[in-house]
Design a protein around this ligand. Structure first.
Ligand code: PAF
Length: 282
């Protein structure tokens, strides 16, 4: 596995691969790699000739009061995991290479960025869209891989790729969960032992809501059930949202029909966790 820091060198190498007719799979990450990231890597390796991952903790997607400074960084362990998974290249830029002096152009994500997490993290998805657009231009992949845990992020990136004519297939891969159902996330590292146990309530809430949908519950009954289950856990200190959404528009639904997205963002102390589940009613 080559480790390259300079965008121009990655760009040239990727262009050479594409010119030789090789497909390139790209897995963008912020490091602190876990089973979720590794499932994306495995999928990319299955579907492409070349697999590239990036590790870059993107400062412009963090709000001023968020966890940029303490975001988990473990580059040695990440490199070891990537080598074990036998990828071709790791793009490992630093802030100055991604945002050199004078950088001032950004992508503005549209209305999807204002819903769900966007209400609590203003500007977050513009930061994500901007860095992903840069990463797409640097790696020019055939396919790029994202996890369904960040459902809203994946939807916004798909929309950006369509709107800005990136000729890239965006592949969304299933959520990978711990043994008790907690969705894998780099931020799970922030949880202490008690919070870690309590965090599985989020998945249990989603499961209970899914079962209630299948047994004919109404929108308001299901929403109340989710909120009640989450609120019954004293270590869940805040629920940013817990509801049922249209998976294409991210609007809250008024009727139980077709495909639905159950989505939650909840805080355990300082740690904000998100999770979701798609439910097909038909
Ligand atoms: O999901 C993430 O890890 C990040 O938001 C991404 C897509 C790598 C952009 O910084």
């Amino acid at each position: 596995m080559e480790i390259i820091r300079i965008p121009r060198i990655v760009q040239d190498t990727c262009n050479k691969h594409r010119m030789k007719g090789r497909s390139v799979g790209f897995v963008p990450t912020m490091g602190a790699l876990h089973g979720g990231h590794l499932s994306l890597i495995k999928r990319s390796r299955m579907e492409n000739d070349i697999t590239i991952a990036s590790i870059f903790v993107n400062p412009i997607q963090f709000g001023p009061a968020e966890d940029l400074a303490k975001y988990p960084r473990d580059i040695e362990d990440d490199v070891r995991k990537l080598r074990e998974h036998d990828i071709d290249m790791l793009f490992l830029p630093d802030d100055g290479l991604m945002y050199p002096k004078g950088f001032e152009t950004r992508v503005e994500a549209g209305h999807l960025a204002k819903k769900l997490c966007g209400r609590f993290r203003p500007g977050h998805f513009n930061g994500v869209a901007t860095v992903v657009a840069k990463l797409f231009n640097i790696t020019s992949p055939t396919r790029a891989y994202f996890g369904q845990k960040d459902f809203q992020q994946a939807l916004i990136i798909k929309r950006m790729a369509r709107d800005l004519n990136f000729n890239i297939e965006t592949v969304v891969c299933p959520i990978i969960r711990e043994h008790d159902g907690l969705a894998m996330s780099s931020r799970n590292r922030y949880l202490d032992e008690e919070q870690r146990t309590a965090a599985s309530k989020i998945f249990r809430g989603l499961n209970a809501a899914s079962a209630a949908i299948h047994s004919g519950g109404s929108v308001s009954e299901i929403r109340s059930l989710m909120v009640k289950m989450l609120s019954s856990e004293p270590l869940i200190t805040q629920i940013d949202y817990a509801s049922i959404y249209d998976p294409e528009t991210l609007d809250e639904v008024t009727e139980i029909k077709d495909e639905l997205l159950l989505a939650v963002a909840a805080r355990l102390g300082e740690t904000r966790l998100i999770d979701n589940m798609l439910v097909n009613v038909s």
